[in-house]
Structures are given as C-alpha cells and as structure tokens.
Design a protein around this ligand. Structure first.
Ligand code: URA
Length: 214
C-alpha cells in the first residue's frame, strides 16, 4: 500500500498510526524489519521521549527502548515514581536500520510525518530528546553538549512546545560521568512539568482577567 503524508495526517488515533506503520513501504527498512516499532505508552502522556531508531532488541520485541539502553531509561522513569505506561516512548524511525547503522536522511524524512502526527495526537506538555540524533531531527543546529539539561520552548506543530534534550542512555551505559549527567538532567523533568503547569495556570488567570475586563 502506498502510504502518503495525507494518509498519516488524517490518522485519528495512535492505533491508526500503528496500522499505517505496519503497512509502510515509504523507505526500504520494511524489507529487513522483524517487527514494527511505532511507539508505546499513554495516548494522554504529559511526557513524550523520542530516541533515534529501534535496535536489535526493539526490532525483535516491537517496542522501543527494551534493550540495555532501554533498561536504563526504564530505571530513570521509575526513579521518578512513574512507569513506562505513564509516558510515551517513540523513535524518529519506526523500523530498524540493519546492523544498527545510523538512519539515512531520506529514511528520517519519509518517517517524519508519523512522529509529527504522534506528537499532535498525544499533545505532550514536554518532549524529551534521547540523544543528539533525535534533537537534531527537530533542531539541526543545536549541540547536545550545550543544550542538554536545559528546557526550552519553541514553536512546533503550531503551538509553543517545551523540549528537553538529554544524552542518549546508550552513551551513558559506557561512561560513568555521562550517566551521572543524564541522571541529574532526568531528575529535572518533574520540576519542568510543574513550571509548565504554573505558567499555564498564570495564562488562564490572565485570560479570565481579560474576559472580566471585556
Ligand atoms: N536506541 C534508540 O534510539 N531507540 C531505541 O528504541 C533503542 C535504542
């Protein structure tokens, strides 16, 4: 089936996206995949994590971040008192690049409408990039060494979206210093959500004030 950007754009929910991903031939990765890895978690998640692409374990299980890096991500999520089912976890690519090679720009390009639509449907308060590849897909000029751990707001999908970039858990697995930095940055997530809630409450108060004035 030829899946167009319009087909993806008109998906009504996440299961419709998953269905399209299962039939997707927009790039050649479907030929070598074992399972589809569209994403997992809560359609109403406040926090959405975005990695690069499924690896071997993810391809076998059909779920993002289930290998060693995934175990670290799960520990970090649980360290906040949350569970994986409370958040949403996805990747830039929905099928595994063979031998874990980097995604090709044309693969990321044709897969992009799926991620954009997932973000639109979930409408998370916070998008967390896991590593520089995910971050650079959205913001090509940012450097992870400078941007990690600092939440920032940018226009995206027609709204002011808050983003946070983190080092990729796979990098942290082999570097104790990075792991500590990842942990420190990760622990900022609840505070960032609280700040977003406070700002939203302020905006609502202001709107009510304005309505009163009118
Ligand atoms: N690394 C990623 O970027 N994504 C996964 O799903 C697993 C490892």
């Amino acid at each position: 089936m030829k899946i167009t950007e319009e087909n993806i754009g008109s998906a009504g929910d996440l299961s419709a996206i998953n269905e399209l991903v299962s039939k997707c031939e927009r790039c050649a990765l479907y030929k070598t995949k074992t399972k589809d890895v569209p994403g997992v978690g809560n359609e109403n998640a406040e926090v959405m994590f975005i990695g690069e692409a499924p690896g071997k374990d993810e391809d076998l299980q059909g779920e993002p971040f289930v290998g060693r890096a995934g175990q670290l991500l799960t520990e970090l999520i649980e360290g906040l008192g949350w569970q994986r089912k409370d958040v949403y976890i996805a990747n830039v690519l929905k099928h595994r690049p063979p031998d874990n090679r980097d995604p090709k720009p044309e693969e990321a390009e044709v897969c992009w409408p799926y991620l954009k639509k997932q973000i639109e449907l979930i409408d998370p308060k916070l998008i967390v990039f896991l590593g520089r590849h995910a971050m650079n897909r959205f913001f090509p000029t940012l450097q992870i060494s400078k941007s990690h751990g600092n939440a920032f707001r940018k226009d995206f999908n027609g709204r002011k979206q808050v983003f946070l970039a983190l080092y990729h858990p796979a990098v942290a697995l082999y570097n104790g210093g990075m792991k500590e930095t990842l942990q420190t940055d990760f622990n900022k997530i609840p505070k960032i959500i609280k700040k977003i809630d406070e700002e939203n409450a302020d905006n609502n108060d202001n709107k009510q004030e304005q309505q009163k004035l009118i």
